[in-house]
Design a protein around this ligand. Structure first.
Ligand SMILES: NC(=O)c1ccc[n+]([C@@H]2O[C@H](COP(=O)([O-])OP(=O)(O)OC[C@H]3O[C@@H](n4cnc5c(N)ncnc54)[C@H](O)[C@@H]3O)[C@@H](O)[C@H]2O)c1
Length: 507
């Protein structure tokens, strides 16, 4: 009971904050607010009319206190019953006739209670006759219009052009490309190849794959890549706290300004679907499990750039533009563009190459997810009903993979020990305050998403890849986000490069 009250309070607080941010005007009215306002107003007006008709033609006397009371409570009862039946929640995307049936039930509940309170059945029946039509029939008519809109949107959104994956040569990007191709999509990648081009070589022969090399900040490359696309998956950026700390100006340019540009170009070129890769690191420090409505307490510039981009992307979104924010859990696993700055991959490399896993901050909780599952989550979001995922934030992961850093180290040790003895050394890091256990209930409920690769299976696959010689030494510069960010930074400050990128298009 206490838990429900806590979640309720949290919801009310977060709703009030966002309501105040949007301001009080008809344009700022959310779709559910408009529904509640409509139902409440119709119920109240119908109650006043019923009261007058009842007094004039049935009672032939003025209304008594009980009747006045019934008149006043009808609207709140109707809205509360509709809320409890899910009309403003889980039934929002149901067919019009299901919503009309549920509304008929809340009208009946409200009328029955009004009859009990007033002890005046004709008054309640008059109210049903007057309010029932506008409330129930309006939903049926809206349902027909929505079905038509949904069909035309599904055609417009899903059936045209390739999915553009910006940052598709990266660690997650190559998995997203693979999953999108196998789901039957044509895929185009725009990438500046910070980590080389070999990660894309497996796709080169696929006739549904195409590649544009370039920086997303380069408007001519961006528009070339965007032309004719059906959707954008924006994964490009500087990734991780150390890389983002190299040069804050460059970080904001790459992670916020470029994201703003990608959205503006997508919108202006009629690309209606947009997926943005955010991160669960936006939650920062929390002693309680967090979900999409939790307070954000970023502890790094990286996390702050994700929060700023989310805010920009979700504000002033037109009805026919479909933005979805995916907050990825901490990723691990093998990819065509290997990363060893990720704690799971680093531990597997240390275990198999050094025989020692160095744990820092053993009790910090992290949510983990295999990189192949993330690629699948992206493809499934692209294939989801656009109206269901529009302007939604989803944590992407699986609670079964939430564990502490020490728990992860032990899982790696257990797998690696079949090949060689492995020790674990533990130290505390007072500077690293990140700690969060995440709820993935929303993505599971809405899209049915669950991880298919467990922590143990993903680690075993990584260790096998090490043993097969798939990687150079894990400390090689080619794998370092920080080293590659420094190289990219040199280009960012190079006047020739800047004048090329910002040159007028006609030159
Ligand atoms: N790996 C994780 O644990 C994790 C967790 C949460 C969120 N994310 C997010 O997922 C996204 C992808 O992460 P990743 O691990 O695949 O990173 P990555 O560094 O492997 O890939 C990023 C790719 O983007 C490209 N790129 C960078 N800036 C670009 C630009 N301006 N124009 C064109 N291409 C550019 C790089 O060349 C690289 O191929 C990032 O936005 C990251 O913040 C990752």
């Amino acid at each position: 009971m206490g838990g429900v009250a806590f979640i309720g309070m949290k919801w009310v607080r977060s709703y009030m904050a966002s309501r105040l941010r949007r301001g009080i005007s008809a344009r700022a009215l959310g779709p559910n607010e408009a529904r509640v306002l409509y139902d409440g107003t119709v119920a109240l007006c119908a109650a006043m009319l019923s009261l007058a008709l009842d007094a004039a033609f049935v009672r032939h006397a003025s209304p008594d206190g009980r009747l006045w009371c019934a008149m006043l409570v009808l609207a709140p009862i109707l809205v509360t019953a509709s809320l409890a039946l899910g009309i403003y929640g889980r039934l929002r995307f149901s067919p019009g006739r299901v919503k009309a049936l549920a509304l008929a039930l809340s009208v009946a509940i409200a009328a029955a209670l009004a009859a009990l309170i007033s002890n005046d059945v004709p008054f309640a029946l008059l109210w049903v006759a007057i309010a029932g039509g506008p409330i129930i029939v309006a939903r049926l008519l809206l349902g027909i219009a929505q079905t038509a809109r949904r069909t035309s949107l599904a055609v417009a959104v899903n059936d045209r052009g390739p999915v553009l994956v910006i940052g598709g040569a990266g660690y997650i990007g190559t998995h997203a490309v693979e999953q999108l191709l196998s789901a039957g999509h044509a895929v185009r990648v725009l990438d500046r190849l910070m980590y080389g081009r070999s990660s894309l070589s497996d796709f080169a022969a696929n006739p549904r794959f195409s590649f544009v090399e370039g920086d997303a900040a380069d408007i001519s490359r961006l528009t070339e890549a965007m032309r004719g696309a059906s959707a954008v998956v924006h994964l490009a950026g500087l990734v991780g706290d150390p890389a983002c700390a190299v040069d804050p100006e460059f970080t904001r340019h790459t992670n916020i300004f470029v994201t703003r540009m990608v959205r503006a170009i997508a919108q202006s070129m009629g690309v209606r679907r947009f997926i943005f890769s955010s991160s669960c690191s936006v939650y920062g420090v929390s002693d309680d499990p967090v979900d999409e409505l939790s307070r954000l307490t970023p502890v790094s510039l990286y996390a702050q750039t994700k929060i700023d981009s989310e805010g920009e992307l979700l504000s002033n979104t037109p009805d026919d533009f479909f933005i979805t924010i995916l907050r990825f859990a901490t990723v691990f696993g093998h990819s065509r563009r290997p990363r060893f700055d990720l704690v799971g991959n680093l531990f597997a490399a240390q275990a198999i190459e050094d025989g020692v896993i160095t744990v820092v901050g053993p009790d910090q909780w992290r949510p983990f997810i295999h990189v192949r599952d993330l690629g699948r989550a992206i493809a499934e979001t692209i294939d989801a009903d656009p109206l269901v995922v529009q302007s939604q934030i989803f944590n992407v992961g699986d609670e079964r993979l939430n564990t502490t850093i020490l728990g992860l180290a032990k899982a790696v040790q257990a797998v690696a020990q079949t090949y060689r003895p492995v020790e674990i050394t533990v130290t505390e890091d007072p500077a690293d305050k990140r700690n969060y256990a995440v709820s993935f209930d929303k993505i599971q409920r809405t899209l049915g998403f669950r991880a298919q690769t467990s922590l143990e299976d993903g680690i075993r696959e990584l260790i096998e890849k090490h043993r097969q010689g798939a990687y150079a030494h894990y400390r090689e510069e080619a794998y370092s986000n920080v080293a590659m960010t420094r190289h990219a930074l040199d280009r960012f400050h190079d006047p020739d490069e800047l004048s090329r990128i910002y040159a007028p298009l006609s030159r």
